[in-house]
Design a protein around this ligand. Structure first.
Ligand code: SF4
Length: 336
């Protein structure tokens, strides 16, 4: 059974949420000259509550990283429209100065490659303390708080390490330093874009466990951007699956893992290695996501979908609110 939304009804409003911190409404991201622009992200809407951990998952090219950058207004080459309300302010309307003040204070961000965020010529202590120094906090106090957050992230011999340089750290430790830089300003929201992709599996687990512990202790909301469904299960409260610039499914993490609705979500989950299943070769979804400039008509997933029918290549599926508590964008679920 599916419940079809009435026109103008917002599906996100019908899913239970904690107190909203971030409310993204009909976010569109376009690139290129206005008369020949290409839409990379198309009318993406979602909310993130205070202290909630939400994963935005999809293959490379799905639009998830560009969405994360748009929330922080980090990419000057794109045009943004829609609304991005953060604690009552529309981030798309703030001045560059107001946006810069928010970054590193109320909103922290971590990227995949820690080396791109670290200055090889600055000590770790100075880099972690920098956000606080910019906010006018004295050197001693900023160093004390940098030390505190490095301790919180279980960086061994943190006092000594304040004087070290990035090249003296392992990949896992560098990522903890980058996390420390994002967390030292005590943000309400952390956007983590593939924060563990460059790390080996054991280090990856340790970094995610730490992030899990800190987000629970601090009541920190986390938007985790990843292509890896495998790391989402133990971390996220809720999962949004993105394909070709649109969110195609969203639900509580446990429910989405138990009963994925969208054929793309199912494909992603089948590709995750499982301890209770031995296979010679993991299944994978045929083909690759389309480029934003050459997306197929109708459902963008139809050339790769084993459940596609005639309507799929002709009509864009709308969003349907399901009795499982989530939303899905697929003709199998009734909304046209
Ligand atoms: Fe597959 Fe059609 Fe659903 Fe798209 S709308 S996911 S092609 S069944």
């Amino acid at each position: 059974m599916t419940m079809v939304l009435k026109r103008g009804e917002d599906v996100a409003d019908q899913v239970h949420r904690p107190v909203p911190l971030l409310n993204v409404d009909q976010l569109c991201i376009d690139i290129g000259a206005r008369n020949a622009s290409v839409r990379i992200v198309d009318k993406v809407s979602f909310t993130l509550g205070k202290g909630e951990r939400v994963a935005l998952v999809g293959e490379s090219g799905s639009g998830k990283s560009v969405t994360a950058q748009a929330l922080m207004r980090l990419n000057p080459r794109v045009r943004l429209s829609g609304r991005v309300d953060f604690d009552g302010a529309d981030l798309l309307q703030l001045s560059a100065g107001q946006m810069a003040a928010l970054r590193g204070s109320r909103i922290g961000m971590v990227f995949q490659d820690p080396m791109s965020s670290l200055d090889p010529l600055m000590t770790i202590g100075d880099q972690v303390a920098e956000t606080l120094r910019i906010r006018g906090i004295g050197r001693q106090e900023a160093r004390r708080r940098a030390l505190e957050v490095l301790d919180e992230l279980k960086v061994e011999r943190a006092v000594e390490r304040l004087e070290s340089y990035p090249h003296e750290f392992s990949g896992g430790m560098r990522q903890r330093v980058v996390l420390a830089m994002a967390l030292v300003g005590e943000p309400d929201l952390l956007i983590a874009d593939e924060p563990t992709t460059a790390l080996d599996v054991r280090v990856q687990e340790r970094v995610l466990d730490l992030l899990d512990e800190i987000s629970r202790r601090r009541g920190l909301a986390v938007l985790l951007i990843t292509h890896d469904m495998g790391i989402v299960a133990g971390f996220a409260d809720r999962v949004m699956v993105m394909y070709s610039g649109r969110i195609v499914e969203e639900n509580e993490a446990a429910q989405l893992f138990r009963e994925p609705q969208h054929p793309y979500t199912r494909g992603l989950l089948e590709a995750v290695p499982r301890a209770d299943r031995t296979v010679d070769r993991l299944p994978s979804i045929n083909g690759a996501p389309p480029l934003p400039s050459s997306r197929p008509k109708g459902c963008h997933f139809h050339p790769r979908c084993d459940r596609a029918t005639g309507v799929c290549s002709a009509e864009t599926p709308g969003e349907t609110f399901t009795p499982l508590g989530g939303r899905v964008r697929c003709h199998l679920y009734g909304a046209g």
